[in-house]
Design a protein around this ligand. Structure first.
Ligand code: PLP
Length: 425
């Protein structure tokens, strides 16, 4: 058995399909977000990052860094073990109170990542529900798909945000059967938003439970940063709200919030919670500081929306194929994996701008794109630089501008919504 050859072939296959992933070697500069140092060969230079999920720059906020350093100084670096074995460090107790309050729920449970929170919670909830039927949006994140699979429960996939299809599936199931609808609020690759209220109405009508992933909305939407369910006053209509501490909150970890009984059950039954070491107290303290800040300050959210709007408008005005998005996410269509990678490379090499290419299987083939995430710190001058750089790259590489036929075709493909299993994120 040629073990080495098997792994090499697997990687060669990705090269052949032009979707081999390369991670830039970056060093973020605290206090100068979104600037970072980029190392390549023996050279190092400063670049502007336009694809960070530290959407509000909170990873560099003074309160957050202070909380992190203070907790590390007082309590050291690691958590010291699983909570089952070593108990819970106090900052994690505080964090869970903060999260339950953020979403107006009875209780919260923190995991080591958002990925683990979805995987462990969905699988455990669906296992505990007798003969559960899971209804899952076709564009759900890989971590939710993993939880659905590992639950062993029967699943039905509904077309993205398609209420009619979801209702057909609900109506055709046994009315007495346990049902769990799993979906996201903001879908991170297209930047569209689920019809949350209508899904909650269907859940009521067919007596189903609801589980929402608010990873790309927490911190950024709602008067207190509780996500789209906060903004639209819908938190009480959803049974489980899941989120991350690693994106807009700028730290690390994931969580669920819900009823005391549900949280206690997941705490007691989920292997992905029980058998792994807890978050370090410093990270928990940093996350709490970030959540507290964003519960009262509207400054970051307002500026974030403003700069995202300006970015979309400026790119569209330059004729760049900005894909329609209801949120802070700005996808720009390339429509070919090799061109997408080349565009990303040229932005970095010639313009000192870092934007990761997004290729299959993160998005459907033919809709390869650059996914741009403006922040409050991407000021008007940086937006102007970005427009100039993208225009040069589009011209040099011959990528279609908006209105061009092949770009239209790719956009139509996207509307048809080819089923896709996501492995990105
Ligand atoms: C990033 C992401 C996750 C995972 O969160 P992490 O905290 O990064 O592990 C979950 N759901 C969605 C939709 C994501 O994009």
């Amino acid at each position: 058995m040629d073990y080495r050859g098997i792994f090499q072939n697997a990687v060669d296959q990705l090269h052949a399909e032009k979707r081999y992933r390369v991670f830039a070697n970056l060093e973020r500069i605290a206090g100068r977000f979104p600037r970072a140092l980029h190392r390549s060969g023996d050279t190092m230079r400063e670049v502007t990052v336009w694809c960070s999920n530290d959407y509000l720059g909170m990873g560099q906020h003074d309160d957050v860094i202070d909380a992190l350093c203070n907790a590390a100084g007082k309590m050291g670096s690691g958590a010291g073990g699983t909570r089952n074995i070593s108990g819970t460090n106090h900052p994690l107790v505080e964090l869970e109170h903060e999260l339950a309050d953020l979403h107006g729920k009875e209780a919260a449970l923190v995991f080591t990542s958002g990925f683990i929170s979805n995987d462990a919670s969905i699988s455990t909830i669906a296992k505990l529900l007798p003969n559960c039927l899971i209804l899952s949006d076709e564009l759900n994140h890989a971590s939710m798909i993993e939880g659905v699979k590992r639950s062993g429960a029967e699943k039905k996939i509904f077309r993205h945000n398609d209420l009619e299809h979801l209702e057909d599936l609900l109506a055709s199931a046994d009315p007495l059967r346990a049902k769990l609808i799993v979906f996201e609020s903001v879908y991170s690759m297209d930047g569209d938003i689920a019809p949350i209220e209508a899904i909650a109405d269907l859940a009521d009508k067919y007596n189903a439970m609801t589980y929402i992933d608010e990873v790309h909305a927490v911190g950024m939407y709602g008067l207190r940063g509780g996500g789209i369910t906060d903004r639209d006053g819908l938190a009480s209509r959803i049974d489980v709200i899941e989120g991350t501490l690693a994106k807009a909150f700028g730290a690390l970890g994931g969580y669920i919030t819900g009823s005391r009984a549900l949280i206690d059950a997941v705490r007691s039954y989920a292997p992905g919670f029980i058998f792994t070491t807890a978050l370090p107290p410093s990270i928990a303290a940093a996350a709490t500081a970030s959540i507290r800040h964003l519960k009262t300050s509207q400054t970051e959210r307002a500026l974030h929306q403003l700069q995202a709007r300006k970015t979309k408008d400026a790119l569209s005005a330059a004729g760049l194929p900005v894909m329609p998005s209801d949120t802070h996410i700005v996808p720009v269509l390339v429509g070919d994996p090799e061109l997408c990678k080349k565009a990303s490379d040229r932005l970095m090499d010639v313009h000192g701008i870092y934007i990761q290419p997004i290729n299959y299987p993160t998005v459907p083939r033919g809709t390869e794109r650059l996914r741009i995430t403006p922040s409050p710190f991407h000021d008007d001058a940086l937006i102007a630089d970005l427009v100039g750089a993208l225009t040069e790259v589009w011209n040099t590489l011959g990528i279609p501008f908006a209105g061009n036929e092949s770009a239209e075709d790719a956009r139509n493909d996207r509307i048809v919504r080819l089923p896709v299993s996501k492995a990105g994120g």
